[in-house]
Design a protein around this ligand. Structure first.
Ligand SMILES: Nc1ncnc2c1ncn2[C@@H]1O[C@H](COP(=O)(O)OP(=O)(O)O)[C@@H](O)[C@H]1O
Ligand SMILES: [Mg+2]
Length: 732
């Protein structure tokens, strides 16, 4: 068995000329296998310069692409190896065909196989032929899988988004056209000047020309000003509109849809992609309208001025085009790589900032520094590589231009000497010719820019189209909610297949307080999430005052039920505003009552600024226990009909917790409360405890009784029961 060089390379550097020559369902099967963790043998490739052409393993490559992988493992074959492999494949399929043919003569049972073989082959080549135009760059390459919106769709959608600003578009088009026209006309005036006043010294003619030139300059300046300003304005309007819509959608859709994304990913789509996208739109408009106008005008003028000289310019057209398209594509690839390096760099920096205390605690500063430096230098190298080619390309274009200009001047001078053209014509010709260079270069970049804009746009549109949206329709809950809760055979299973609740049934009377205990991961938070409809039961139903919460109006449901989470979120802003979060009309008295109930008085007294103390975002400047008590007070201020305390006081010390529950008891007695906790001393306060095990009820009753009769309860609190032995019957 030959040994191959095996490399892990960016998927972009692999060229797959036969990208759609296999059945989509096969690719899907590969993709699913990968999702479930199967590893694949490397893809076999032939090295061509810095790129790798797939020799075998197209389906695997397509599956990798559909899965959005950045890198793949490849095995580098020699050309001889490829030829041998192809010969073997050919021999194998011929042998198979012959044996199927031979077999089908004797055995009619073989015929279906022969037919299948025939159709597989035909379909393979049909897919190959239909993929050929895309492989050769003649048509838009088909995007595989769920990589977001289709590019054509994205393009027209982007056009529609721009069309929402018709006045901007009109001003931009007019001002860019005026700018181009003024630029072209000024060159024409230069010709008139060279042929007229410059030769004859005629002051009146010079004066007339100066007036025309000044007017053209005014038009040019106005065009420049308005085009710049309105392009930027369109850009800002567009980015704002898209970002606002994306943000609204993120707040409107179901929580689980948003949670599918990583925070960094969403940040990048909201800011980098939305920004990049509109930046490109601006560039494309400027180039598509302005530069095209100047280019077309200059070309018309040089042909009109002197076709013989124009023919010389036409000679350098093809080499300039080739240089631009080849070097340009290369530069784009290198800068895309550099962009990826920036992503890696910023990801590693974000992580280092978040884990600063861990870095210092484990004294890994030097290692982390090296990681950052390595990535930083990689980014610089990639960025510089693209800059090198860019510089080479630009100088190449100018070298060709100067060569052409030299030829024009050389030949033009002899034409002037022969009296076929005036010096003014030659002069204007050179000026127009120079003006074609920049537009050609910039227009050469439009295709790449469009591709980047479309890629960014589809990432933003994916957020804007995110679903499903939460709807606020359904059955209205009664005005005064009693708070009768009933779980009826509730099943819950995560999409991954993990079953958390199994046929869970219990009822809680209005104004009853029930403790729910379960091991960590036993489904307590899942119950809270089901009640707020962050998750939907996969079976059974949950009733609030006899109404299935799935049918209830969402705004009313979330007004009625308040959950205090173990890791609540505290916003940056004053303590007072945080306590009134979600209840902006609450009077100061209700807030101070809540502070007393949540045991925050001493904490507040120690704050010099009192309620006006500014809290850092997610409460970085307060302790875990204080943090949880602020969240509890916030829920008390909101005054819900049903309160769920999901390990809401886990970070508060035991003594303070007992104090809180003692004080809060009369307040709790006026509403329905579910208390999920791990502390036996707290559990013992409540007359009724529900014990969950394996997602079902393992005990329901008085904790003193459960302590004696329920093995799950005994196991859960084994370490805490011994010191508690002999404690009196519980009272709330
Ligand atoms: N998105 C998810 N996908 C799959 N399993 C999950 C997901 N979220 C939570 N789980 C699992 O569901 C179980 C119940 O979680 P949870 O209700 O948070 O438990 P508890 O609050 O009792 O500690 C846990 O075992 C957890 O691993
Ligand atoms: Mg939990």
């Amino acid at each position: 068995m030959a040994q191959f060089e095996t490399l892990v390379v960016p998927i972009d550097s692999v060229i797959d000329l036969l990208s759609v020559t296999h059945a989509p369902e096969v690719i899907q099967r590969y993709r699913e296998a990968m999702d479930s963790g199967a590893s694949f043998p490397p893809i076999s490739v032939i090295r061509a310069g810095r790129r790798f052409i797939v020799a075998d393993g197209h389906k695997r490559l397509s599956a990798c692409k559909q899965r959005g992988m950045a890198q793949v493992m490849v095995q580098v074959w020699s050309w001889r190896m490829l030829a041998g492999d192809q010969a073997r494949q050919f021999a194998r399929s011929t042998t198979r065909l012959v044996s199927l043919l031979w077999g089908s003569i004797h055995d009619p049972g073989m015929r279906p196989w022969l037919r299948k073989f025939y159709w597989d082959t035909i379909l393979h080549w049909r897919r190959f032929l239909s993929a050929l135009p895309a492989s050769l760059g003649l048509a838009e390459r088909r995007q595989g899988g769920d990589c977001g919106a289709r590019p054509e769709g994205t393009f027209f959608r982007l056009v529609r988004e721009c069309a929402r600003f018709p006045r901007h578009l009109v001003v931009i088009t007019v001002s860019l056209a005026a700018l181009g026209a003024a630029q072209l006309y000024l060159t024409w005036i230069a010709k008139l000047w060279a042929d007229g006043p410059l030769r004859t010294g005629d002051h009146r003619a010079l004066h007339a020309l100066a007036v025309r030139a000044s007017l053209s300059c005014i038009v040019l300046i106005l065009g420049l000003f308005f085009s710049r300003y309105f392009l930027q304005s369109l850009n800002q309007h567009l980015v704002q509109a898209l970002r606002d819509r994306a943000q609204r959608r993120l707040l409107d859709v179901e929580l689980s849809s948003v949670r599918r994304f990583e925070v960094g990913e969403l940040m990048s789509r909201m800011f980098n992609d939305a920004g990049a996208l509109t930046q490109f739109v601006r560039e494309i408009l400027r180039r598509g309208i302005g530069e095209t106008f100047v280019l077309a005008g200059s070309l018309i003028m040089i042909v009109r001025l002197e076709w013989r000289l124009a023919a010389i310019i036409a000679l350098v057209g093809p080499p300039v085009y080739l240089l631009l398209s080849y070097c340009g594509a290369y530069v784009r690839r290198r800068s895309a790589e550099a962009q990826q390096e920036v992503g890696a760099l910023s990801a590693s920096f974000t992580q280092q900032l978040a884990g600063l205390s861990t870095i210092k605690g484990f004294q890994t500063e030097a290692a982390e520094q090296r990681v950052f430096e390595r990535k930083d230098s990689l980014y610089r190298r990639h960025a510089m590589r693209s800059q090198f080619w860019l510089a080479l390309m630009t100088t190449g274009v100018w070298a060709l231009t100067f060569a052409a200009l030299l030829a024009v001047v050389w030949y033009g001078t002899s034409l002037v000497a022969l009296g076929r053209v005036t010096p003014g014509v030659l002069f204007a010709f050179c000026l127009y010719a120079v003006q074609t260079v920049e537009p050609v270069r910039r227009l050469g970049e439009v295709h790449g820019l469009t591709q980047q804009a479309l890629a960014a746009a589809s990432r933003v549109f994916e957020i804007i189209d995110l679903g499903p949206v939460e709807h606020d329709d359904g059955v209205a809950l009664p005005d005064a909610i009693e708070g009768a809760l009933s779980f009826e055979g509730v099943d819950f299973q995560f999409p991954s297949g993990r079953s958390v609740l199994r046929k869970l049934s219990f009822t809680v009377a209005p104004r009853e307080t029930v403790a729910i205990v379960a091991a960590s991961g036993g489904g307590k938070s899942t119950i809270a999430n089901l009640m707020l409809r962050f998750l939907a039961p996969t079976g059974g139903r949950i009733l609030l005052d006899g109404i299935d919460i799935q049918d209830a109006r969402l705004s009313q449901l979330r007004r009625a039920i308040c959950v205090v989470e173990q890791d609540p979120f505290i916003f940056s802003g004053s303590l007072f505003d945080n306590l009134r979060y979600g209840s902006p009309d609450a009077e100061a008295e209700r807030v101070s009552d809540a502070i007393a109930l949540a045991g925050l008085e001493r904490f507040l007294a120690a704050l010099p600024a009192g309620l006006d103390t500014q809290l850092a975002e997610s409460g970085r400047n307060i302790s875990g226990g204080q943090y949880q008590r602020i969240a509890l007070a916030r829920a008390i201020v909101r005054d819900p009909a049903v309160l769920v305390l999901d390990e809401a006081t886990s970070a508060v010390d035991s003594e303070t917790e007992q104090g809180i529950f003692e004080r809060i008891a009369p307040w709790l007695a006026r509403r329905t409360v579910l208390v999920m906790t791990h502390r036996l001393s707290t559990v013992m306060r409540f007359p009724r405890v529900i014990v969950l095990s394996e997602g079902a009820i393992a005990g329901d009753g008085n904790p003193a009784l459960l302590m004696r009769t329920c093995p799950v309860f005994q196991r859960l609190f084994a370490e805490q029961i011994a010191p508690m032995a002999g404690r009196e019957a519980p009272v709330i």
